[in-house]
Design a protein. Structure first.
Length: 113
């Protein structure tokens, strides 16, 4: 295997293997995987009203339904923001691991600059 040819000893080979496989170096990323966003279900806001008042929240029930819909959208937006921030964190970790691997390969003259 290529790694055993370029490694400078058993400890070095183990470190290279950890960089190239899903070992301890990437375990933290796997545990930080974001959950699916599905807990808040937005519902359509009620139209309400007739004639000149069409579209108005003319009853307490329509007003309450609109408030519930708006609150569900706020909750969904907050959940999506959390997931996006988690993905950004994972992306930074992945970039860091990739850069470390590329640096190691360049130092060993396996790849060029």
């Amino acid at each position: 295997m290529l790694i055993s040819r370029i490694a400078e000893g058993a400890a070095d080979e183990a470190r290279l293997n950890a960089m190239l496989t899903t070992g301890a170096a990437v375990a933290s990323s796997a545990t930080a995987a974001p959950a699916a966003v599905a807990s808040a279900a937005a519902v359509a806001a009620p139209a309400g009203g007739v004639g000149a008042a069409a579209g108005a929240w003319d009853t307490a029930a329509n007003r309450d339904a609109a408030i519930a819909s708006i609150n569900a959208l706020v909750t969904l937006t907050t959940e999506q923001k959390t997931v996006i921030n988690g993905l950004r964190t994972l992306n930074v970790e992945l970039q860091s691991q990739l850069n470390a691997l590329l640096t190691e390969l360049r130092n060993r003259k396996i790849i060029g600059l």
